[in-house]
Design a protein around this ligand. Structure first.
Ligand SMILES: [Zn+2]
Ligand SMILES: [Zn+2]
Length: 349
């Protein structure tokens, strides 16, 4: 097909591509490739610093947010391949910024550069999350308690850390959730959570990590749009035994290897056989706390299944028999119970 000739209306050069009647070179010198409004607005929460973006509050640096706003609100000529946008901000007033914008691009090998200017007004609006937080709004309470025993050193702190970090992470992801309040009570700590679905999922996560039984209750607290509103209480009672504790019943002694929401995996310390127990099967077992009963001992000698170790309390050599012939490290973990010494299988972490 014969190509029709085209001439640039400005310089008269023949070209195979005309843009608004101009060759690429003349077009690149014309200017006015992009437009922006003279004033833009951005909403920022003065409490948490979050920025509103398309109806959602997100964690974003103010300058990043203003830059994004500028790019979203600039109309760019589609004929140009845009390469970069530089913005120079200058604070003009308490909530007003000047933005000098330099954009660069290219059309058929001709460089294009353009400068735009706008103002950005930062509107301070307390986000819904912060305003509800200020009102200590909550939909659920997570109560952490123990079963008979007190809390271990650091145990409550670990749970609280897990809870706080999870809530913060969800908040950063745009979920409208916060811890409205925290109250220490006689048996543990109560956490007031603004979102009951989040609270529900969190209490199950905590149980899977730290063990325990959950009891749920609901309390009517009002009506919203003709629908009854309930506040939930999730009581998590931690088990009296934990991973690596020893449990004893009727001459049987087990080392808890692994813990889940439904039960435990435990090793019989006499046979090194593994057993699974559901939590309700072991409620009446005796618990030997790992801090008090699990010790480290030096292996003195080993012949087959017969070994000698150094009693860590008396520094005397004592004999023990292990159920299986295996390699041993220089030290082993032992349980001393009623003048007997049991070895914990070294394969257990
Ligand atoms: Zn031209
Ligand atoms: Zn806020």
């Amino acid at each position: 097909m014969k190509r029709s000739k085209a001439f640039c209306v400005n310089c008269g050069r023949e070209t195979d591509r005309l843009i608004d009647g101009l060759c690429a070179k003349c077009y690149s010198e014309k200017g006015g490739f992009s437009q922006i409004d003279g004033r833009l607005r951005i909403e920022m929460c003065p409490v948490c610093g979050f920025i509103k973006h398309r109806g959602k509050w997100i964690e974003e640096d103010l300058y990043e947010g203003m830059r994004r706003l500028i790019i979203e609100n600039t109309s760019f000529s589609p004929h140009i391949t845009w390469r970069r946008v530089d913005v120079d901000f200058r604070r003009k007033g308490k909530t007003l910024y000047d933005a000098a914008i330099k954009i660069e691009g290219e059309i058929d090998g001709n460089k294009v550069e353009e400068n735009l200017y706008t103002e950005i007004l930062v509107e301070k609006t307390v986000c819904p999350r912060c305003s509800r937080k200020a009102g200590k709004y909550y939909e659920a309470i997570i109560q952490i308690r123990t079963d008979e025993r007190g809390f271990d050193k650091g145990e409550m702190e670990s749970i609280e850390k897990y809870l706080t970090e999870s809530v913060n992470r969800l908040g950063k992801e745009g979920r409208d959730v916060f811890i409205a309040d925290r109250k220490e009570t006689r048996g543990g700590v109560d956490f007031y959570i603004s979102d009951k679905r989040v609270a529900h999922s969190l209490v199950y996560q905590i149980r899977d990590r730290f063990g325990g039984e959950i009891k749920t209750s609901a309390k009517l607290f009002g009506m919203k749009d003709g629908v009854k509103q309930y506040r939930m209480t999730y009581l998590l009672r931690l088990h009296k035994y934990r991973k690596h504790d020893v449990i004893v019943k009727d001459e049987k002694i087990f080392y808890i290897k692994w813990f889940s929401s439904s039960g435990v995996k435990a090793v019989d310390l006499k046979s090194w056989k593994e057993y699974s127990f559901r939590h309700k099967e072991i409620v009446d077992f005796n618990v030997l706390r790992k801090e008090d009963f699990v010790r480290e001992a030096v292996v003195v000698s080993k012949r087959g299944k017969e070994i000698q170790i150094l009693d860590p309390d008396t520094y005397r050599t004592v004999d023990a028999v292990i159920p299986a012939e295996i390699e041993l490290d220089k030290t082993v973990k032992i349980v001393k119970y009623r003048d007997e010494i049991f070895l914990i299988p070294p394969s257990i972490e």
